[in-house]
Ligand binder design. Structure first.
Ligand SMILES: [Zn+2]
Length: 112
């Protein structure tokens, strides 16, 4: 269970993926773009959600989130699932690039 599940089950403003107060797709469950910048759900902040949903459910929240350190930038983050090792898609992409580079350089050595 993560924040998205909490939003869907507990937030009174969440209706079918939409935030009825903002009249947009709820940014806590749907990544959104603004001025060319992509905001991940994990980065999105909702005052209503934090005050009224997390506030009530503090005990549950503490159990829900265990911090992990990002394999890429070493920043502590709340993994959305036990399988995620990176704080953001950005870091995941960077790590993937690194692996690719390693793979490519190995291949070049083998060829020469
Ligand atoms: Zn990171």
């Amino acid at each position: 269970m993560n924040r998205k599940v909490l939003v869907k089950s507990k937030c009174a403003n969440y209706v079918d993926g939409m935030c009825v107060v903002r009249d947009i797709a709820c940014p806590l469950v749907t990544p959104f773009e603004y001025n060319g910048h992509k905001f991940l759900c994990e980065e999105a902040k909702c005052e209503y959600f934090e005050k009224n949903v997390v506030g009530i459910d503090k005990v549950v929240e503490v159990k829900l989130f265990t911090y992990k350190h990002c394999n890429q930038c070493n920043k502590p983050f709340k993994p959305s699932s036990s399988a995620s090792n990176y704080c953001s898609d950005n870091c995941r992409a960077l790590a993937r690039k690194k692996t690719h580079r390693k793979f490519n350089s190995k291949r070049q050595i083998n060829h020469s």
